[in-house]
Design a protein. Sequence first.
Length: 199
Amino acid sequence: MIYYLRGRVSQISEEGIVLEQGGVGYLLHSSRVTREALAQAGPDAEVTLYTHLQVREDGLALYGFSTPQERQLFRLLLTVSGVGPKLAIAILSAATPRRLQEAVLSGEAASFRGIKGVGVKTAKRLILELKDKIAQIPLGAERAGALSGQAELALQALTASLGFSEREARRALARAQEEGEARSVAELIQRALRHAPPR
C-alpha cells in the first residue's frame, strides 16, 4: 500500500494533480482544498501527498490529500451508504475538513446544500452515520499537532528544502501564524524564517 508520495507538482487541473516522482507522473484525484493549497506552493514545488488507492472493476484510481486528516475524512466518507470516491471528493471540495466536521457534529444538513449529488436524504444520512466517528479525527491545528494544508506545505519546505528539524519548523510556524492568516505558502515561509533559529 502507498502511504504517501513525495515529488514535484507538474500539473494541477480539475481532474487532479500530476505529481512527478522518479521520472514517473502520478495522477492523483484530489479535492479543491488540496489543489488550492498546492497551487499556492508555486510551480515545481516539491510536496508530500497522502494517498488512497481505490480498486475498481475497470482499473485503479489514486487519490491524494495535503494532510493525513483529509485522507482520513475521505475514507470515513466512503463508509457512508451511497457515497463513492467521486461524491466524497465533491464533499471535501465544498468545505475545509474542519468546517465539514463542525457541520456533521452540529447536525447542519443545510451545510451540504449545493453539493452535486447530495440531496436532503444523503445529507441526513451523512450526519447520522458520521456523527460518532468524525469527532475522533483531530482536525484543529491546536489539537494533535495537525496543520492546515498551507502550513503542511510550509513545514515540508522548511524541513526538506531548508534543513530545519521538524520541531524547529513547527515552532517557527506556530509563531508565524500568530501574526494572522498568510496570503500564500511563500508568505508563511518568510514569516516562519524570521522566527526560526539562524542558519
